[in-house]
Design a protein around this ligand. Structure first.
Ligand code: PEP
Ligand code: MG
Length: 574
């Protein structure tokens, strides 16, 4: 039966492929059906994996160093108890027998159920134990996945398949860079969540907030994903497939045409030069940035170097990563943002329970709370500064004290490099992200002491409108055209210009081609966006008249009537 699902398209284009269901935050866990006759064998695999983990825990306990804190022994004992508890020992065996699924999937199902129960516990100590459950399950999963005698062949999803998930973390999505999926669709998520942002960087059509896709779609069903319109067609008939294949070809042709603009200088009709920079998450993204013709890296989200791993990247590892980008950009500016960890990009090793993660220990707050980690990163960036035109960008600044502490930390990193006789660029520019309304409203604090500014509209909108950018329940309220947002963005641009400080927009607004002329009209001359959007924005810039844009943008600032606003935006883009 064919049916259609509607969500929010976060990355445009059309994909046609077979559905591959994945479980939340556990891309590696395959979901396989097993024949009834294979149930005892699969249960035996599961038992063997648990035995393996028990031996591992025993070995850990018997090799405990003398000086190990007493809690270590207790910690291992808790893990042993969890491993042998019926909730993890018995229930997955029953699921294998009733659902005819592989052991990994059964275990993952049971873990999800248990974690949901833990969430509902009020006692913070007991709630924290969910971390232990997760760790034990991960150990058993690792043992299962490494098990070469596996009866159920572990399938790597076919190239070109479409991932269907309830939710994916940014860390999950970044793993997609190593696979060749055609698209992904999720039940949860908002348009400017980091998950959506990474999806855009992959340049594959993606849709979030579908609500029931994970339940309604079956493994291997044919799907059409129309990322431009937020529509998924499940089991389309031949005529619909033919129609979408045609649209897909047209889309590809459009993209090819855009490629002709790669080396064209970005300037408006009157010849004003506009700088179009690229946002990247990993050093290898620099290839896409270069081939899009970006005039620099406007935002390197370095926190992605810290995700999907249990250890922290060393100073040397980070230095190599930053150096490779600086060198690949051959003298073009490379803006390295210090890690913006926390909230939806939490470290695997630091399990903090925050009631409101977006308002919690995130970005510069976390950097300042973890001085050792911050120091290592600052040294790595400074060391890389001799290999190109490196700039340091600080996320989520909100106050003068934070700025003072940050500048002192940079100074300390410089002094330590001096002491080690390691060279760096002493004039390396330091900029700040303006993404908290408090910073936007006290801009002179930042223009006085920083070399440049970059407006993070994703967070600026989140914090101005009090809308969690990851929560699809409120995503319809997330509005870049809200009068308060427009006032703040145009105000920041004007104040920065008055103070003589360069200002860019590096949030998703910069890559939204329907907003290009509006931002030009506000006076913006530097944009930073995912390479996938750059040529389309360049095309809009080339056709823009600055005088007209400024005039309509001024009118847009004077109205709070959404209908009028959209009417003016249409006029601006005509
Ligand atoms: C922003 O907030 O607009 C931004 C660019 O930073 P991030 O999306 O990584 O929070
Ligand atoms: Mg931000």
């Amino acid at each position: 039966m064919s049916f259609t699902l509607h969500g929010i398209g976060v990355s445009s284009g059309i994909a046609i492929g077979r559905a591959h269901l994945v479980s939340h935050a556990q891309l590696e866990v395959p979901h396989l059906e097993i024949p009834k006759a294979a149930v005892p064998q699969e249960q035996a695999r599961f038992d063997a994996a648990r035995d393996h983990v028990r031996t591992e825990l025993e070995a850990l306990s018997s090799h405990m160093p003398d000086k190990a804190p007493a809690e270590y022994e207790a910690f291992i004992n808790v893990h042993r108890m969890i491993l042998d508890d019926d909730m993890l020992a018995g229930e997955p065996r029953r699921l294998i027998a009733t659902q005819f699924c592989n052991a990994e999937w059964a275990l993952k199902q049971q873990m999800d159920a248990l974690l949901a129960q833990f969430e509902a516990i009020e006692d913070p100590y007991l709630r924290e134990r969910k971390t232990d459950v997760k760790q034990v399950v991960e150990r058993v999963l690792a043992a299962l996945l490494l098990d070469s005698a596996s009866t159920a062949a572990i399938s790597v999803p076919e190239e070109g398949s479409i991932l269907v998930a309830r939710d994916l973390s940014p860390a999950d999505v970044i793993l997609f860079k190593q696979h060749r999926f055609a698209s992904f669709i999720t039940d949860l998520g908002g348009t400017t969540s980091h998950t959506a942002i990474v999806a855009r960087s992959l340049g594959i059509p993606s849709i979030v907030a579908l609500h029931h896709a994970r339940e309604l779609v079956r493994e291997n069903e044919t799907l059409i994903v129309d990322g431009s319109h937020g529509v998924v067609i499940v089991n389309p008939d031949e005529s619909v497939l033919a129609e979408y294949r045609l649209r897909q070809e047209e889309w590809d042709l459009e993209r090819q045409k855009l490629r002709r603009l790669t080396t064209t200088r970005a300037a408006t009709l009157d010849g004003t030069r506009i700088e179009l920079h690229a946002n990247i998450e990993l050093p290898e993204d620099v290839v896409a940035a270069r081939s899009s013709g970006a005039a620099g890296i406007g935002l390197f989200r370095t926190e992605f170097l810290y995700l999907n791993r249990r250890d922290l990247p060393s100073e040397d590892e980070q230095y190599e990563a930053y150096r490779s980008v600086a060198e690949a950009m051959e003298g073009l500016p490379v803006t390295i943002r210090t890690f913006d960890l926390g909230a939806d990009k939490a470290l695997e090793t630091v399990e903090r329970v925050a009631a409101n993660p977006a308002l919690g220990l995130r970005a510069i707050r976390l950097c300042l709370a973890e001085p050792q980690m911050f120091h290592g990163q600052l040294r790595a960036i400074l060391r890389a500064s001799v290999h190109g035109r490196v700039r340091i960008l600080i996320p989520m600044l909100s106050s003068r004290q934070e700025l003072t502490q940050t500048l002192a930390a940079i100074d300390l990193a410089k002094r330590s490099l001096d002491a080690d006789r390691i060279s760096y660029d002493p004039q390396v520019p330091v900029g700040g992200m303006i993404e908290i309304p408090a910073a936007a409203l006290s801009l002179s604090t930042f223009t006085q002491r920083l070399d440049f500014l970059s407006i993070g509209t994703n967070d600026l909108i989140q914090y101005t409108l009090a809308i969690d950018r990851t929560d699809d329940a409120v995503s319809h309220l997330y509005d870049p055209l809200h009068p308060a947002v427009l006032q703040l963005v145009s105000g920041i641009i004007q104040s920065a210009h008055k103070a003589g400080k360069p200002v860019a927009v590096c949030g998703e607004m910069a890559g939204d081609v329907t907003l290009t002329r509006l931002l030009l009209g506000f006076g913006l001359r530097q944009f930073s966006m995912h390479p996938a959007n750059l040529l389309e924005v360049k095309q809009a810039v080339l056709k823009s008249d600055l005088v007209d844009s400024a005039q309509i943008a001024r009118r847009m600032l004077k109205t709070d009537d959404p209908e009028k606003l959209y009417g003016l935006l249409e006029k601006l883009n005509a």
